[in-house]
Design a protein around this ligand. Structure first.
Ligand SMILES: Nc1ncnc2c1ncn2[C@@H]1O[C@H](COP(=O)(O)OP(=O)(O)O)[C@@H](O)[C@H]1O
Ligand SMILES: [Mg+2]
Length: 306
């Protein structure tokens, strides 16, 4: 079982059309045809969107994304137009709202991995490849790869898992030139971000980017991919604390470890493999998790959270 424990209702704002309620973000279109992305405080774990929010999480991750977009601006253009609140939007949207260029999204999740875990590890164990790329023998859960790899995936619906695909399959679906652009951009951005994070005590094990093109230009001569969605947040990436990294076992998660530990402990009374949705989180788990998001933001950006 998976999905929302309680699916939230969209907010009604005059001039905004509600498009989509994601696991974490809500999407609207304004009267200029731009996208308004609002990051909620929802959190997911074990494929569930939990019934408890982490106060300020959406704000912290939005500010983190903005910081990265800036740091990466010379490597890839991005979709951000402004952080201005639409007229009539609730005050709570402040700091969590991005007005973005509406793009034609490439139907491929552009994943870069510098370390082996998750679906990459599962494939490696069966065939010693990830997305068809051959890897050396002897790697285990959490091992650093000899060099970062591009491991694209097709996007799944809420509650389903994305499916890894070979690069050749991406080239076949979207064209050789766009596929090459996406691979190049994904690896270049990952390499820079990994180095920045590493200096600040965080291993960026892997991350997922989404790119779009100006409408009707995918595959056209001279068209450039635009970095969209959110970037390099703990929701789109695996962040591991450097000082606890130890290949050969699952690594602790920088942000969600308290949530996972509690949900799988007897205290929660919840069976991860059962039919029941997860219970609300206790206040202490919420507080400690909130502190981890803020710590990640402060460590990475060197800004104080306020
Ligand atoms: N600039 C953009 N133009 C069009 N669509 C975008 C843009 N940036 C992000 N998106 C899309 O907006 C949606 C954001 O939803 P999200 O909150 O991530 O929910 P989900 O749980 O469906 O991934 C995704 O489908 C993403 O591909
Ligand atoms: Mg998403």
């Amino acid at each position: 079982m998976s999905g929302f424990v309680e699916k939230p209702e969209p907010v009604e704002v005059p001039g905004l059309e509600h498009l989509h309620t994601g696991k974490v973000r809500d999407l609207y279109r304004n009267e200029r045809g731009e996208l308004v992305m609002v990051a909620s405080d929802r959190i997911s774990a074990y494929d569930w969107v939990l019934p408890t929010e982490i106060p300020d999480k959406g704000r912290v991750l939005t500010q983190m994304s903005l910081w990265w977009f800036d740091v990466l601006a010379d490597l890839a253009p991005n979709h951000v137009l402004s952080t201005e609140l639409p007229a009539g939007a609730p005050a709570d949207w402040e700091g969590r709202t991005l007005v973005c260029r509406s793009l034609e999204m490439v139907p491929v999740e552009c994943v870069a991995r510098g370390y082996l875990t998750g679906s990459g590890l599962a494939e490696y164990r069966e065939t010693r490849t990830v997305c068809g790329l051959a890897l050396p023998e002897g790697l285990s859960d959490g091992s650093e790869l000899p060099t970062p790899i591009f491991t694209p995936a097709t996007k799944a619906e809420v509650g389903e898992h994305d499916e890894n695909v070979a690069y050749e399959e991406v080239a076949h679906r979207i064209g050789a030139e766009p596929a090459a652009q996406l691979r190049q951009a994904t690896l270049a951005i990952y390499a820079r971000a990994r180095d920045i994070a590493r200096e600040r005590g965080i291993i960026l094990a892997d991350t997922k980017f989404e790119f779009g093109y100006a409408p009707a230009t995918l595959g056209a001569a001279g068209a450039e991919p635009v970095l969209a969605d959110e970037v390099l947040t703990p929701d789109s990436s695996r962040f591991w604390p450097v000082d606890r990294w130890q290949p050969g076992r699952p690594q602790p998660s920088f942000d969600k470890q308290f949530v996972r530990d509690w949900l799988t402990s007897p205290a929660s009374g919840w069976d991860r493999r059962g039919e029941q949705p997860p219970p609300p989180l206790p206040e202490e788990v919420v507080e400690r998790t909130r502190a981890k998001y803020i710590e990640a933001y402060e460590r990475l950006t060197d800004n104080r959270w306020s």
